[in-house]
Structures are given as structure tokens and as C-alpha cells.
Design a protein around this ligand. Structure first.
Ligand SMILES: *[C@@H]1O[C@H](CO)[C@@H](O)[C@H](O)[C@H]1NC(C)=O
Ligand SMILES: *[C@@H]1O[C@H](CO)[C@@H](O)[C@H](O)[C@H]1NC(C)=O
Ligand SMILES: *[C@@H]1O[C@H](CO)[C@@H](O)[C@H](O)[C@H]1NC(C)=O
Length: 673
């Protein structure tokens, strides 16, 4: 291969051709990344001396991009990786989400399960594909991953253990981490660079310095435990931790383990702080935030840095001789119920993330090239010291707005509850969270909605009171008719039915007097994924205190878990089709399930469902859970990647909380406010 480049140069010197022709000709003879770094055998792994990274003894500036395999349809992994490599990047970075890989205690899914996410979970296939696409790989196995992902990737069943202290050396927690890591890590060990695979580095935990006040010491025994569990499972590539040097310092690090930096602003201040912390090691920004994510009701689409500032700051990082990982290179989508949330110190205090994880990254949610892509392409070319062969840029996907959905069947709340099996129902005396329910083989309920039903007698002007906070949003129904309303702005969240305020009351009307069936349907809007220890104590549903009616505690509730598992949504034997009501029932009050069809002619294209005129809810296409929609935005559409569609008739199921619009239309582009 090196012979070929030499020959090309001789050829170039000896013949008079146009310069453009010669550049193309020589580029074809460049070595691949693996040819350049490994063609003479593998003698050493990634090293990080102060002079810069060395791989197999050769200089390596790491140009890495984050792409999460669990946020991109597996049929599109290759396309997104190739777009990364085509921009000159040499490395791919991903987290690994524990809550998808161990959905129930001791039940593991690495692509062989029957869940919605199972098809995403062959993490080995993803890593091997990256190698085929001529990329090295950085793995961040957590177990905590932040990532705007439910509970930062931790499984909700951990919350069933009373007083568990996650992310510490509490043995109730570390014993479960060990069981999971002993399943996961052996699957990665033969994919390490030293063994001929693509993995060049592993991260220990994640932003552990950000776990609580900076004045508090961190539980270093916990970090040591993770490091040892890595080593016991044969991991031997470079280990590192990642934090913002300002303000975290080395609080989340371990002696001898490479510290890396996370930031998007003040690159020189951050890199100088990192250099002061460890003057004798190579620099890498593990998370250079290319954009940002949206919280519902935030007002406008968050982009983090403008393209201009992004460009300036990225150049500052590279001219400081630092390596870089762009978080994200391609955000993708947080499908299903898997979004996380943040704690903020102003109304609404808890801020759940939207399903779109577009991130204003170099590749859009649908994988299209953005202005930031052209910027990174130019910068990487400028700062690359090693020339290797890169692929042609793949074409962008075709987009299409299909004809509006034809809705033809529906179910009201009573019908939905009747379609749920006895195994997901239970009777409780006092209030309980969804995690504590005796369902899912003793794992409780992880995601979705929990319904609390009670037969009540109201007098004129009765008052319902939920003590403590609602986790997170309650829809209240009397005899199948909803009494709560859709919030239109953040101020509305001060009212009954929402999380911000505890002890909220609902005043019934005089005409409501009499006997009723009351349902309180509570949505788990996503667990917090970032914060201090107090933010990781989070159960969903009604559990903080009693529910009272005119001051009298209500006991004896029928509880139903509405989990919307794909087996239930797809499984015709459970989803008794005979119990769908016929009709389109548009402009109907929720909660309501609507079923409709649309036609795809020829090869499916990428498309978006437009919920601008709807309320709030979730959507399925051909049984796959696309995520949550909420017309309050910022995103008003849900992305449907083409591989979820088929040529011919496709099915859509929508669960709307408040009120359906008169139609549901498609767009050939996303809509953000
Ligand atoms: C980066 O490396 C170059 C060449 O070795 C050196 O001249 C320069 O001072 C370095 N920059 C920083 C900020 O260390
Ligand atoms: C119920 O409230 C309404 C409106 O405040 C009031 O007019 C009515 O007298 C009340 N009824 C009873 C029985 O207290
Ligand atoms: C929020 O919406 C409500 C209607 O639901 C309206 O009465 C109120 O003025 C709005 N508040 C703000 C701050 O826009």
C-alpha cells in the first residue's frame, strides 16, 4: 500500500497532467486507516503520552463522533458510519444502555429478545460494522450513561430495592452492576484493538465529578470497582474518565486513569485546566457538544452553539493539539419511552426531554448533511496529520409526505383497560409507584402509564387531593370522561395534574355529585438522567402521599399498568381486534386509541407525522413505538425512518391524551418551533 503511494508520487512527478486529476488518482492509492495503523502487525494499544496519542506506536489524532446504536435504525447504521468516515473522522463513540440490555433482572437482550428495541441491541454487530467501515471505536459502558436517556441508562427495577444508592459502592447496587458487566464485557473483549478488533478505549462511569455538589468527596471505591470489573473481564485498552475540568477538577477521576474533558465553550480555559490536572498525558475532549437537546415546552429548538462559534471552538480545540469526540455527530431519535429528563431550579423544576434527538449535529435526525457537517469536514481535513482513504459521501435519503392517515377504528379508556391482561392488574390499599407493582416477574413497571381506579361517591362540590407530587402527569376521568385539560404553556403546569407543585386539589362541580368510577391515569414522562444523588431517587405514579376525597383517605385501588409493550401492541391475540370500535372518531376527547392506515407506493421513504394540531401522546407505526409527541413542542413531528415502513398498506396507532385533531398528516421535513 505504501508502495502505491510512492508510485503515485513518482507518477505525479514524471507526467504532466492536470492537478485535479492527480489528486483523485493519488487519493485512490491512500491506505485505509487499518492498513496505515495495523498492516505491520499489532504491537501496542492506544497510549497517551503528553506529546499526543500513539496507536500501535504511530501518532494518532483522534477525530471521533458519537452515534448511538440504540438511537438509529440498524438498517441505517452503515449509512451514518460512512458519513462519519467520509468527513475524515477515524473513530466512532457509543454508550451502552444497561436498561435496554437487562430489561428485567437477569433477563438479557443483546438482539435476541422480542422487545421493540431488540433489533437495536446487537452491540457486537454495531462495533464490527464500524471496523468494516474503517473506523476505530471508543466504548462508554457506563453503567450510568446520562445521554438524555431514561434514568441515565439505569434499569428502573433497581428502584425496587429500598434505599439503594445507585452510582456508589452500595453493595445492593454494585452486585447488580457486576452481574450485568459479567454478561456484557466478555462480549467486548475480543473486539479490542489488541486482539485485532476496533475498540481502542473504554470509559469508566460517566461525568462522575458531576454527581452532586463539587464540595462533596466522591466515592472513589465505586470507580475502582468499575475499573476492576473491566480488568477482571479482560478489558485492557486505554481507560479514561470524562468530566468538565471546570468546575469538576479531578473529583471524578482515578489515579493513573486518563482524564478527558467535556464542554462546548471556553475551550482554552477548559484545556488548560485539564493540562494542569495531568501535565504528562495527551489531551482529548471526550464530549465536545456539537449542539443541544430539547425539553418539552422549552419555547424553541435548542441548537447549543451557532455554526460560527462551533467552528471557532472546534478549531481552538484542535490547534491546542487535542483530540476530539463530537457529542453528537448524529443524534438520531429517542424512540419509545426512553427519554430522560433534567432537574432545573425554575418552573417546571423537572424538564423531560423530547423524543427527537436531532441535537443540531453535523448529521440531522434523518441523517442529512447540515452546515455543521461541512464545517467539520473542512476542519478535520485541515488538522489531519495522517492521510488515509475515505469513502464517497453517501447520498441523502429520499423524503416523502404520504397522504393523510385514514383512521377507521378506536378504543376509549374503558376499552383499553379491558384489553389489558390480568397479569398487569393488581389491587392495592394505599398508593404505590409503578416500580413497586407486583408485575413483570417481580420487576415492577418500568415505562408508560399507570392507572389508579376507584369507585367514589361525590357530594356537591367535593374536592380531590393528591398529597405530594404527581409523577409526572395525571389525567383524571369520571365514568370514562376526562376532567383534566391539556397544558398550553409552562404556567398551566401549576394546576392540578402536573408535577411541579405538591398537594394539588381538584374541585368537582355541583353536578358531579353522585356515584362514579374515577380513573387517575399517570404518565411516567421519563426519569431524570443527570444530577446529584438526590435526583436519582425517582419513582413514578402516585406514591408520595395519600389521595383524599373531602379530607378522607381513599383506600383500595384497582391498578392497571399500561406499558404499550410491542408484543401487546402487535400481538393480535391480546389486542382483541373485535373490541376495537368501528369509526374514525376524529376530534374526539382523549384518552383515546386511534387506529389508521396509509399507503406506501414503491420503496418507502423517510417521513414525519405532523402532530401540530394534536394534543399529547404516543405513536406506533407497524407496531413500533416511535416516541412521544406534544404539540407544545419544540418538535411537533415524529420521525419515521424508511426501514420501519413497507411497500403497500402500513398501520398507525395513536394514543392521544387530550383531543385528536380532524386529521393526521405527513410532512417531508421535521417541524420545530
Ligand atoms: C501544539 O504542537 C505544536 C507542534 O508540536 C507546538 O508548536 C504548539 O506549541 C502546541 N500547542 C499547544 C497549545 O501546546
Ligand atoms: C357549590 O359551588 C357553587 C359555586 O361556587 C355554589 O353556587 C353552590 O352553592 C355550592 N353548593 C353547595 C352544596 O355547597
Ligand atoms: C397560559 O395558557 C393559559 C390558557 O391555558 C392562559 O390563560 C395564560 O394566560 C397563559 N399564560 C402565559 C404566561 O402565557
Amino acid at each position: 500500500m505504501h508502495m502505491s503511494i510512492e508510485m503515485c508520487r513518482i507518477f505525479k512527478a514524471a507526467f504532466v497532467l492536470t492537478l485535479a486529476t492527480l489528486e483523485v488518482t493519488c487519493a485512490q492509492w491512500l491506505p485505509t486507516l487499518y492498513e496505515y495503523y495495523t498492516s505491520e502487525g499489532i504491537r501496542s494499544s492506544l497510549e497517551a503520552p503528553a506529546s499526543g496519542f500513539l496507536l500501535n506506536g504511530k501518532e494518532l489524532t483522534i477525530f471521533s463522533g458519537s452515534i448511538h446504536y440504540f438511537r438509529v435504525h440498524p438498517s441505517l447504521w452503515q449509512d451514518r458510519m460512512r458519513k462519519l468516515r467520509a468527513a475524515g473522522f477515524n473513530t466512532l463513540e457509543t454508550y451502552i444502555p444497561w436498561n435496554l440490555h437487562e430489561p428485567e433482572r437477569d433477563v438479557f437482550d443483546f438482539g435476541d429478545g422480542k422487545r421493540d428495541f431488540s433489533m437495536f441491541l446487537d452491540v457486537r454487530a454495531f462495533i464490527l460494522l464500524a471496523q468494516e467501515e474503517d473506523l476505530f471505536v471508543i466504548i462508554r459502558p457506563g453503567p450510568y450513561i446520562c445521554a438524555e436517556w431514561d434514568f441515565g441508562g439505569l434499569p428502573s427495577w433497581l428502584l425496587r430495592t429500598p434505599n439503594i444508592k445507585v452510582r456508589t459502592s452500595d453493595p445492593q447496587y454494585t452486585s447488580r452492576v457486576k452481574i450485568y458487566f459479567d454478561m456484557l464485557l466478555p462480549q467486548l473483549s475480543d473486539l479490542q484493538f489488541s486482539q485485532g478488533g476496533p475498540i481502542i478505549a473504554f470509559q469508566i462511569e460517566n461525568e462522575y465529578g458531576g454527581f452532586g455538589p463539587y464540595s462533596d468527596p466522591r466515592d472513589k471505591n465505586y470507580l475502582e470497582f468499575i475499573k476492576k470489573t473491566f480488568e477482571d473481564n479482560g478489558l485492557e485498552e486505554l481507560f479514561f474518565t470524562a468530566d468538565s475540568p471546570v468546575p469538576s477538577g479531578d473529583i471524578g477521576s482515578l489515579p493513573g486513569v486518563l482524564q478527558t474533558a467535556n464542554f462546548n465553550k471556553d475551550p482554552i480555559i477548559q484545556l488548560e485546566a485539564l493540562k494542569n490536572l495531568q501535565p504528562d498525558r495527551a489531551l482529548i475532549v471526550m464530549e465536545f457538544w456539537s449542539g443541544w437537546f430539547d425539553h418539552w415546552m422549552e419555547g424553541s429548538h435548542q441548537t447549543g452553539l451557532t455554526p460560527k462559534v462551533f467552528e471557532e471552538n472546534m478549531e481552538k480545540v484542535l490547534s491546542y493539539n487535542s483530540s476530539i469526540n463530537l457529542y453528537m455527530f448524529h443524534g438520531g431519535t429517542t424512540f419509545g419511552f426512553m427519554n430522560g429528563a433534567n432537574v432545573i431550579n425554575y418552573l417546571p423544576y423537572y424538564a423531560p426531554d423530547a423524543s427527537s434527538y436531532d441535537y443540531d449535529a453535523p448529521l440531522s435526525e434523518a441523517g442529512d448533511y447540515t452546515e455543521k457537517y461541512r464545517i467539520v469536514e473542512r476542519i478535520v481535513a485541515k488538522y489531519s496529520k495522517v492521510q488515509t482513504k475515505t469513502p464517497d459521501k453517501p447520498l441523502e435519503s429520499r423524503k416523502f409526505a404520504y397522504k393523510p392517515i385514514k383512521f377507521y377504528q378506536y378504543m376509549n379508556m374503558e376499552d383499553i383497560l379491558n384489553n389489558i391482561g390480568e397479569e398487569d392488574k393488581t389491587v392495592i390499599n394505599t398508593m404505590q409507584s409503578m416500580e413497586e407493582l407486583p408485575i413483570n416477574n417481580g420487576n415492577g413497571q418500568s415505562y408508560g402509564y399507570v392507572n389508579y381506579r376507584k369507585h367514589i361517591v361525590l357530594s356537591a362540590n367535593s374536592t380531590l387531593k393528591v398529597s405530594g407530587h404527581i409523577r409526572d402527569i395525571a389525567l383524571m376521568l369520571l365514568d370514562n370522561e376526562q376532567k383534566t385539560k391539556s397544558p398550553t404553556n409552562v404556567t398551566d403546569l401549576n394546576g392540578f395534574g402536573f408535577w411541579p407543585n405538591g398537594d394539588r386539589e381538584f374541585p368537582f362541580k355541583e353536578e358531579d355529585a353522585g356515584e362514579h368510577t374515577m380513573d387517575i391515569l399517570v404518565e411516567n414522562a421519563g426519569r431524570v438522567n443527570y444530577g446529584g444523588p438526590q435526583d436519582f431517587v425517582q419513582k413514578k405514579g402516585l406514591w408520595e402521599g395519600p389521595v383524599t376525597l373531602d379530607g378522607v383517605e381513599q383506600l383500595g385501588w384497582e391498578v392497571t399498568a399500561l406499558q404499550f409493550k410491542s408484543e401487546w401492541v402487535r400481538g393480535d391475540f391480546v389486542f382483541r381486534l373485535s373490541s376495537w370500535r368501528q369509526g374514525s372518531s376524529l376530534r374526539a376527547a382523549g384518552p383515546i386509541l386511534q387506529r389508521g392506515l396509509f399507503e406506501v407506493e414503491g420503496e418507502p421513504a423517510d417521513t414525519w407525522l405532523d402532530f401540530s394540531q394534536w394534543g399529547k401522546g404516543i405513536a406506533f407505526v407497524n407496531g413500533f413505538h416511535l416516541g412521544r409527541y406534544f404539540s407544545a413542542g419544540p418538535p411537533k413531528t415524529l420521525y419515521i425512518p424508511a426501514p420501519l415502513l413497507k411497500s403497500g398498506t402500513n398501520e398507525v396507532i395513536i394514543f392521544e391524551h387530550y383531543e385528536t385533531a380532524s386529521e393526521l398528516i405527513f410532512q417531508d421535513h421535521p417541524i420545530f418551533i
